[in-house]
Design a protein around this ligand. Structure first.
Ligand SMILES: [Zn+2]
Ligand SMILES: [Zn+2]
Length: 262
């Protein structure tokens, strides 16, 4: 008779599994006031997207016709991660990932994104698709400070420059709700985005950037074609950005709400 044992195991483990799953990700609801407080603090607007699992998105204008968007995603160990993106009017000509504490290189993502030992902020790791382009960008002495601003605070901190997208991903504190983390971290993220946008806007244009909107490299044989806007991206680049790189496209990870679905 095995089934009484199986039933007993289920009675003991199912509630535990449910409790663990609930702890792992508290859904950020539209009633969390932190997103609205952040929107007021940074002069942006707060949008609530359709679907229960969606985080509100704070949108704001950045210098040089860049657009900023901030939302919460599920981070590690039940923490909220606050993601602030800037969609740039032109490509930075590079994919660059800086992470503190130092992290292992990402695999199976953007082609040629590899660890770089040329320069790194203290305690951080750097991966880049084009070291020579990064050296050109670093000739503007403000870039180091702007990257440092993108890594301030405790917890995991990542700065990603991916062609026309800039993304800061900062881990919230243990036990902090997504709205509280957004309110606490969002203003510093906006300040860092402003610095980075300004440096990249003044950088010399990349010569002859390739067609991938995320990394500005040539495409391979089997790119992903965005179902929203038709633009091609490397499949790994799509995965890295969790969607399209075109700020006008509904397939971006943090697209503002469209018309209500039928
Ligand atoms: Zn790419
Ligand atoms: Zn698209």
């Amino acid at each position: 008779m095995w089934w009484p044992v199986a039933a007993g195991v289920a009675v003991l483990t199912v509630p535990l599994a449910v409790a663990v799953a609930e702890r792992l990700w508290r859904r950020p609801g539209p009633r969390e006031p932190g997103f609205w407080a952040l929107a007021r603090a940074v002069g942006g607007r707060c949008h609530v997207r359709w679907g229960r699992e969606q985080s509100p998105v704070v949108r704001l204008a950045l210098p040089g016709e860049a657009e900023g968007r901030i939302r919460a995603v599920a981070g590690i160990a039940g923490r909220a991660r606050i993601e602030a993106r800037a969609y740039l009017p032109r490509t930075a000509g590079i994919t660059l990932r800086v992470h503190r504490p130092a992290a292992r290189p990402l695999r199976w993502r953007t082609p040629n994104l590899v660890a770089w030992d040329g320069w790194a902020p203290p305690g951080a790791s750097v991966e880049v698709t084009d070291g020579r382009r990064l050296e050109v960008l670093l000739e503007d002495g403000r870039l180091e400070g702007a990257l440092e601003a993108g890594l301030v605070g405790d917890g995991g901190r990542e700065v990603l420059v991916a062609g026309q997208v800039l993304r800061l991903a900062w881990d919230g504190a243990a036990g902090e709700t997504a709205g509280d983390a957004a309110e606490r971290l969002g203003s510093a993220q906006v300040a860092a985005l402003r610095e980075l946008v300004a440096v990249l806007a003044d950088a010399p244009a990349a010569d002859d950037p390739g067609p991938c909107a995320a990394c500005a490299q040539d495409l391979d044989d089997d790119p992903w074609r965005c179902p929203g806007c038709g633009r091609p991206l490397h499949r790994g680049c799509r995965e890295l950005l969790d969607g399209c790189a075109n700020r006008l496209c509904a397939e971006t990870a943090d697209a503002p709400p469209g018309p209500r679905p039928d």
